[in-house]
Each structure stands twice: as structure tokens, then as C-alpha cells.
Design a protein around this ligand. Structure first.
Ligand SMILES: *[C@@H]1O[C@H](CO)[C@@H](O)[C@H](O)[C@H]1NC(C)=O
Length: 176
């Protein structure tokens, strides 16, 4: 389900770095029902995707474990090719990433494909969070839009990984 998009991002972030949803969440947030670090952002804007439930296990996510994400939501309008997701990741106060992804290209990561029909969706995804993720607080914001710039969803979240050795941070920075 889901928003596959945001989820995809969160997932890939989880894969690649750490995970966490992004920054400058702004004030306009509302909790997403369920047990997860996610918040709905831009919540006063109308959004095509309504997430009815998201669980993340373990919550909060931990390094060196498999993170299971279960999400459920309702999409009120079909999403076609050309949809995109803007993702921002901050690490502490540092802006780590600002990237635009093609939504339809990312969907196969969660076993979905475009067009996404107007429907209810259920998604379960397991991602491995590497032990090498540097400690710190990561904030992610993912905004998904249709090709016509209609907001599909805005999700944000923060995850803090406890310290464990500066060697890993250095390695991480050098690799990126
Ligand atoms: C995570 O899942 C993969 C694939 O099922 C498995 O190979 C790996 O050992 C698991 N990792 C942990 C930490 O449980």
C-alpha cells in the first residue's frame, strides 16, 4: 500500500543509511496511526493517499536488525507514470540528501507497479538496517506528487541511533 513511495524512500533510506525521515518537517504534522516514527506532514493540504495504519518493528528501528514495516492506506485517485518523490534527509543539522525519485521506478522495490489504481493497499516490507549506520539523529521528509503535481502524501520521521565508535562515521562519510 502505500504509498509506496514514501515508504519506498524510507525503506531505501533505511537500507542505505539509516533511516529516517526528514527534515524540516514544519509544524503542520499529524501522527500516522500505528506504531512507527512516522508523521504525516503538510497535513492541512489535501493528499491522495490516506495512510490508515503503519507499524514498524522494532520501533524505534535499531542498527543491525531487520526492520519490518507494515502499512495500510487508501489511494483516492489513480497514480500514473511521471509521479515523483522528493526526499530530504538531514543528519543532525547537516543536510545529507535532497533527491527526486521517479515513483514508478521505485515501486517494484515494494512489489508494486504503475499505474497505481484507486484502491486500498496493504504492504509489508522487511529491510535490513546495517550495523554500520553512523550514530546520530536522522530526519527524513518524503513528499510524493503525481505527474500533475498533486500531492500524494507527505511523510516525515526522525530516528536516533545511539553512539558507537567514530570510526564508523568516518567510514560512512568517506563512502558517500
Ligand atoms: C535479515 O533477513 C535476512 C533475509 O531473510 C537474513 O539473511 C538476515 O540474517 C537477517 N538479519 C538479521 C539481523 O536478523
Amino acid at each position: 500500500m502505500l504509498f509506496p513511495v514514501p515508504l519506498v524512500f524510507l525503506l531505501s533510506l533505511a537500507n542505505c543509511l539509516s533511516l529516517s525521515p526528514f527534515a524540516f518537517p514544519g509544524q503542520d504534522t499529524k501522527p500516522v496511526p500505528g506504531d512507527s516514527p512516522l508523521l504525516l506532514c503538510d497535513s492541512s493540504s489535501s493528499q491522495l493517499l490516506k495512510l490508515t495504519h503503519v507499524d514498524v518493528l522494532p520501533n524505534p528501528p535499531e542498527r543491525g536488525t531487520n526492520l519490518t514495516i507494515v502499512a495500510r492506506g487508501d489511494l483516492s485517485k489513480q497514480v500514473d507514470e511521471g509521479a515523483y518523490v522528493e526526499v530530504d534527509v538531514t543528519y543532525g543539522y547537516i543536510k545529507l540528501l535532497h533527491q527526486t525519485y521517479d515513483l514508478c521506478e521505485e515501486l517494484p522495490n515494494v512489489d508494486m507497479e504503475c499505474p497505481l489504481k484507486k484502491d486500498s493497499y496493504d504492504l509489508t516490507k522487511i529491510v535490513e538496517i546495517p550495523n554500520e549506520v553512523p550514530p546520530g539523529t536522522y530526519t527524513v521528509i518524503a513528499r510524493a506528487f503525481t505527474a500533475d503535481d498533486e500531492l500524494i502524501t507527505c511523510l516525515t520521521g526522525s530516528v536516533a541511533f545511539p553512539p558507537y565508535g567514530s570510526k564508523n562515521l568516518l567510514k560512512f562519510l568517506l563512502q558517500n
